[in-house]
Design a protein around this ligand. Structure first.
Ligand code: FE2
Length: 200
């Protein structure tokens, strides 16, 4: 079973939305987030299983309008400050994500706000509003698993992280993201929530 089957209704809804218009503002991405949240959260994790951490491709739109990936985190993870350069939405399916947002100020990243998202939580972003952010996971508690939806132009292999510009003039720098994992490694730990729609 391909992983996209688990999120079939969400992908069908995305195809319909993409055929109409791409979101161009935070407000439009937020509207999309609200429309998709029921189907995004229709998949749950088997709490008795520990999934191998990594990034897993759920679906890449053949027309390049969006892609969906599942992120499985290790405990106590702390990522680099980075941006995606396109609009995006993410949902926490299990565990928790600490999300810190930053803005650029005089060559340094200045903290804007922080949020702790538990299971069922979601956030979204859209250029030109700043989307520099950093994510971290708790050292204790359930394993964190999140679903990410990104707009066009987001390279699945390379991202952009923020390097301080005070030392060598370096600014935002491309970096190679970890390789996409084999979905067969996580599929046994995922299922469609009882009582919700879904095509699995
Ligand atoms: Fe991110």
């Amino acid at each position: 079973m391909p992983m996209k089957t688990l999120w079939g209704p969400m992908i069908e809804a995305m195809d319909r939305a993409s055929a109409a218009a791409a979101p161009r503002s935070v407000a439009e991405v937020a509207a999309l987030m609200h429309a998709l949240t029921g189907d995004a959260l229709a998949v749950t994790c088997d709490p008795t299983m520990t999934l191998p951490w990594g990034r897993y491709l759920v679906h890449a739109d053949p027309a390049g309008r969006y892609n969906v990936q599942l992120d499985v985190f290790s405990s106590g993870y702390e990522g680099a400050i980075h941006g995606h350069g396109t609009w995006g939405i993410f949902w926490v399916l299990q565990g928790a994500l600490m999300v810190r947002d930053f803005e650029l100020a005089l060559g340094t990243a200045r903290a804007q706000r922080a949020a702790l998202l538990g299971a069922g939580g979601a956030q979204c972003f859209c250029p030109p509003a700043s989307d520099w952010h950093q994510v971290a996971t708790p050292a204790e508690g359930p394993q964190t698993v999140s679903l990410h939806l990104y707009g066009p132009g987001f390279d699945l292999d390379e991202g952009v992280y923020f390097a301080e510009m005070t030392k060598d003039g370096a600014g935002p720098t491309p970096y190679r993201r970890g390789p996409l994992g084999d979905p067969a490694r996580v599929l046994p730990g995922l299922r469609v929530h009882a009582g919700r729609g879904g095509s699995a």
